[in-house]
Design a protein around this ligand. Sequence first.
Ligand code: NAD
Ligand code: MG
Length: 401
Amino acid sequence: MSGIEQAKMLSRRLSVLGSTGSVGVSTLDIVRHARARHGGDAFPIEALTANSNVELLAQQAREFRPNFVAVADSARRGELASALAGSGIAVASGGEAVLEAAARPAEIVMLAIVGCAGLPPALTAVKRGARLALANKECVVAGGEIFREALAASRAIVIPVDSEHSAAFQVLDFNQAHAIEKLTLTASGGPFRGWKRAQMAAVTPEQAVAHPNWSMGAKISVDSATLMNKGLELIEAHYLFALAPEQLGVIVHPQSIVHCLVAYSDGAVLAHLSAPDMRTPIAHALGWPLRISSPSARLDLAALRQLTFEEPDAACFPCLGQAVDALRAGGAAPTILNAANEVAVEAFLRRRIGFLDIPRVVEETLAQDHKTGAAADLDAVMAIDERARVIAGGICREVAA
Ligand code: NAD
Ligand code: MG
């Protein structure tokens, strides 16, 4: 890469939405690494946001000097303002402030918020033509068609950060879409791979979040344990890469070294490999189309000796099939599936329902909610999401009683 290209790439302004979470912290680690190598002005930060962790947000703001910080929980605004008093950094709070962070002029918006709460800021960033470094998968699942339409109508570009989708983005040959037969996402299988259903009845939140290969936020860790994460990822791949449900598959690969496989019409299969470290796909999204350095662990296949693959156990992990059914059904089904899952996972983490109740809540919410066609706009998606949350909340209370 020429010096001019590199300087241009490093001068891109970046906003990190959800900077205090697992992906947010890793993103700022890549910025720190770039600044150590290339100087303190690499990836100037426009905005940082968090839900409620104002201590870490203020600490990040002092280190990275953004122009703007926002905390979604308005009750924490005073604390944030006093922690940053005299810094010259603008402070705001509430959902509107998170939208303002997405609207501010950063060339790259890292969307590292968890859940459907990421959908409104995602659309704000897309509509102004930003590059969306997309970690949040729930916004694609819940938003579906409206997310795809907003992208098509804007200059915005999505660079996936979810490791399997980052991998697919790199090995899918978009110029020869006709030749793509199948995209297979790999799944680690989570902490309960090989378990029987009866064994999972007494699983605790601590056991469910203890992922064998990845260190992640609590919600996605539980999703990985139920395999709903892989189901959400199939839906995400459908919308991001315009592949039909029949062209998408899942294979369990416990080592999490191969992230995806793309089969082409001539019989060739292209795979993407890396050590399981989110800083690799994050660095890819920040640097693209160039490659930048990441301090991630390097792959040593000789030390690993073997990579193994197996079919997912559909009977023990019903969430995967539920997601595939929702993908095939289309319309409001993926939005309802996602909302019910968010509510069920939250209830499980609060010890109100059991691990095996998660698929039950999802199933019953999908059955009770009257089906509608695809939503026409953001308000309609959020209304479907809200209605499903109310139904799922009621089912959680019944299950807990
Ligand atoms: P996390 O729980 O560690 O962090 C979530 C971040 O979002 C925090 O900064 C939190 O303050 C913020 N947030 C939460 N609720 C919010 C709300 N209602 N409004 C505004 N901000 C809110 O989650 P994570 O593990 O970093 O995951 C973030 C997203 O990236 C998820 O969608 C997840 O599926 C996806 N993802 C994560 C990983 C990973 O390794 N952690 C890998 C692939 C994809
Ligand atoms: Mg993933």
